[in-house]
Design a protein around this ligand. Structure first.
Ligand code: NAD
Length: 279
């Protein structure tokens, strides 16, 4: 079954990798010609450490790459059974993408959004086939992170939900269904984790101290290493979005230390400078 991906940034490329590795033909597009042109080389680069370690052969890499077809426009994605959108986190852009897509797909095809913080119900509003849409939230980096949150809205068709679950589970992911509520489960629970770390920072502890304590306490990544991995800008946008969706409840307080980090451009890995990156 053909899987399609819209948006070949950090998430879209990783999700394309997940399905190509699982043996699916993957069609993918991006509005940026540069992102389209660079996608095969960026994907190949993801495999370089595994090839260097002897955990993967050049032939295996080539087989995965051969399943990826980069296309120029959204209508080219028509043959897909499942289309996953991973474009910028903006309601108007996501709605426009799905409205260009919905009439082109087979009646039983499924449209999924990888949104972290927007309402799936709001994205579905205005579509002529809202029953085919659901949230399918992968985590960063998608090829590594096991969890995928599955978020139907009130009008998602049961067969669309079942297809999305089946295809995603078949890649080896753990699929957890959640309500279409801001932040789903993980981003909601993660807010106080980041928030208390930022509060401690404002009280005088350093990011390195806080991360060291949390690592020694058994967490796999400290809160600041996680902000650097995800991107301080993405983290700020997710916190602001949740704060606004939850009536500015104090649990979702947006700390000045996070805003300052974004203002300085210290976004983490992608800027090569963050709270603890490079450590
Ligand atoms: P990104 O900025 O790395 O990539 C977005 C891509 O979408 C870019 O390549 C851009 O050119 C492309 N794009 C923008 N508008 C488009 C359009 N109209 N049509 C086609 N392509 C378009 O962003 P990302 O970090 O990959 O995030 C993508 C989505 O995934 C967002 O909704 C984000 O909230 C969500 N998400 C991000 C993370 C994360 O940790 N970064 C984790 C989970 C979910």
């Amino acid at each position: 079954m053909t899987i399609a991906i819209i948006g070949l940034g950090a998430m879209g490329l990783g999700i394309a990798q997940v399905f190509a590795q699982a043996g699916h033909p993957v069609l993918a597009t991006d509005s940026s010609a540069d992102m389209r042109a660079s996608a095969p080389a960026r994907l190949a680069a993801n495999f370089a450490p595994r090839i260097a370690k002897g955990a993967m052969t050049e032939g295996e890499k080539d087989a995965i790459l051969s399943r990826l077809t980069i296309t120029g426009t959204i209508p080219d994605l028509a043959p897909a059974t499942l289309v996953i959108e991973a474009v910028v986190e903006r309601l108007d852009v996501k709605q426009s993408v799905f409205s260009q897509l919905e009439q082109r797909l087979a009646p039983d095809a499924v449209m999924a959004t990888n949104t972290s913080s927007l309402s799936v119900t709001a994205i579905a509003a205005g579509l002529s086939r809202p029953d085919r849409l659901l949230g399918l939230h992968f985590f960063n980096p998608a090829p590594v992170m096991r969890l995928v949150e599955l978020a139907p809205h009130g009008g998602t068709a049961p067969d669309a939900l079942a297809t999305a679950r089946r295809l995603t589970e078949a890649t080896g992911k753990t699929v957890i269904q959640c309500a279409d509520r801001p932040g789903f489960i993980v981003n909601r629970c993660a807010r106080p984790f980041y928030g208390e770390a930022l509060a401690l920072l404002e009280e005088g502890r350093t990011p390195a101290e806080i991360d060291a304590a949390m690592l020694a306490a058994g967490y796999r990544l400290g809160p600041f290493a996680l902000i650097d991995l995800v991107g301080a800008d993405i983290n700020l946008a997710a916190t602001e979005s949740l704060a606004s969706a939850m009536g500015n409840h104090p649990r979702y307080h947006v700390f000045d230390a996070l805003r300052a980090q974004v203002a300085k451009g210290h976004l983490g890995r992608k800027a090569m400078k963050g709270f603890v990156f490079p450590a």
